[in-house]
Design a protein around this ligand. Structure first.
Ligand code: BTN
Length: 254
């Protein structure tokens, strides 16, 4: 059920209108449903909890009360859904740092603190009436107790509440986050993508680390070397051969 609507005319695109729900299946799905009506670009769907939150690789995203679950919709000129999803990791990390958690960016777009995940992003491209839309969903473990997350997730996760001795209201976090996302989207539209990828490269803490990447039954181990101009992660394997990855389960090795 919709419980509020917030407008901010100071933002250029993302977050000019925020629809606030108490509970939804998934904010990405609600945003997609709203595409049937004539909604303005930048619309945000925010929910207090999700009953069927989705993560990358077809996984579930546990979404208990206390966490932040929001999706925004944009209509970029080019079909770059994936690249936009990658870059949105930057404002998420910036917001976490602003509120006191010195998070880093694990490729492609996980926010992690001391190797524990604190936020994730699911970006999807959809056509409606021949127009390309990108829905970017952001989930942040803000005021969640770790024991409210599934037992298998707990050892690899953390929350803002756990790391910072300070209560940050989701509304306040979202407000700051959307200002950063709005700035990023402006740059995305007006700057060459190489410049943004350069920033991303500077913030991605995966580079230089030993990693393993699993895609299906294949597993490759090597050193994360760089971000390619197409946004792929370049991994140099133990034989010195370069590989490019966009997806796959990435593990940082000690
Ligand atoms: C991941 O790291 O696997 C991505 C997690 C994305 C979760 C967010 S919460 C808001 C939006 N709605 C969803 O169902 N998923 C995204």
């Amino acid at each position: 059920m919709k419980i509020g609507e917030v407008h901010d005319a100071n933002r250029k695109t993302v977050g000019r209108t925020i629809l606030h729900f108490d509970a939804v299946e998934s904010t990405n799905e609600t945003a997609k449903e709203l595409l049937e009506s004539d909604v303005e670009e930048g619309l945000v769907v925010w929910a207090d909890r999700q009953v069927a939150g989705r993560g990358r690789h077809g996984r579930a995203w546990a979404s208990p009360l206390g966490g932040l679950y929001a999706s925004f919709m944009v209509r970029p000129k080019e079909a770059h859904a994936w690249l936009l999803g990658l870059l949105v990791g930057m404002p998420v990390v910036k917001a976490l740092r602003h509120f006191g958690v010195f998070a880093g960016l694990k490729y492609p777009n996980d926010a992690v603190y001391q190797n524990r995940k604190i936020a994730g992003i699911l970006s999807e491209g959809v056509y409606r009436h021949d127009v390309y839309h990108v829905i970017v969903g952001i989930g942040v473990n803000t005021n969640v107790d770790l024991d409210k997350l599934p037992p298998d997730v707990q050892p690899r996760a953390t929350t803002l509440k756990r790391e910072v001795n300070l209560f940050v209201a989701n509304e306040e976090f979202l407000d700051y986050l959307l200002n950063q996302v709005d700035d990023l989207y402006s740059r995305y539209r007006n700057t060459r993508i190489e410049f943004l990828l350069k920033d991303y490269r500077g913030q991605c803490t995966t580079i230089g680390k030993r990693v393993s990447v699993t895609i299906g039954k294949e597993k490759l181990t090597g050193k994360a070397y760089d971000i390619a101009t197409n946004g792929a992660l370049i991994v140099v394997d133990d034989q010195g051969v370069k590989h490019e990855f966009f997806e796959g389960a990435l593990e940082i090795l000690k």
